[in-house]
Structure formats: C-alpha cells, structure tokens
Ligand binder design. Structure first.
Ligand SMILES: [Zn+2]
Length: 93
C-alpha cells in the first residue's frame, strides 16, 4: 500500500525519538520492569484504550505510556508494544 494513502500522518509528538529522549522513569510492576513516561494533556492527541480499565484515554487527557524495560523482545519491539494508561489505573495496576 502506498504510504500516501494513510488516513492521517503520525503526529510528530508521538515519535520514537520523543519517547527515547524524553523524561521517563522505570517502575516495577507484576515482577517486570517498565519504562513509564508521562504524556501531558497537550501531547495527548489521539484516543487510546487503557489496559487497566478498558475505557478510552481521550485526547486532551494527561496520562502515561508504559513499555517493558527489561528488553526481552528488544527495545524496538518493546516500544511498539507500549500501552497508554490512565495515571490512576497505572498506580493501582
Ligand atoms: Zn484506565
């Protein structure tokens, strides 16, 4: 498929560079290490499904994005599998 047929371009603020270079922290959850990075309300421009509650993380909602930090699948695969969480859902997960 030609890339020009994509419905909309990726927003630049969701780039891997931002994720890799932005401020983030490491947390341990369920026996695994996770890289956690906050997403501000102005950066939240798409709708995601929160794995904690199964409901939408709507645009304009400050939340966080998390991915495995232990590198089992390699950094690129871990990043591709990142999930967007409501901040409260991540805290109680
Ligand atoms: Zn949630």
């Amino acid at each position: 498929m030609p890339r020009s047929n994509r419905r909309r371009p990726e927003p630049p603020d969701d780039s891997l560079d931002r994720l890799l270079n932005g401020w983030k922290r490491t947390e341990t959850r369920r026996g695994a290490s996770w890289t956690v990075q906050p997403v501000s309300a102005s950066q939240a421009q798409k709708t995601y499904v929160c794995p904690g509650c199964g409901r939408d993380v709507t645009p304009g909602t400050a939340h966080l994005v998390a991915w495995r930090a232990d590198g089992v699948m390699g950094d690129a695969a871990d990043l591709a599998a990142r999930r967007h969480w409501h901040s409260a859902c991540w805290r109680i997960a």
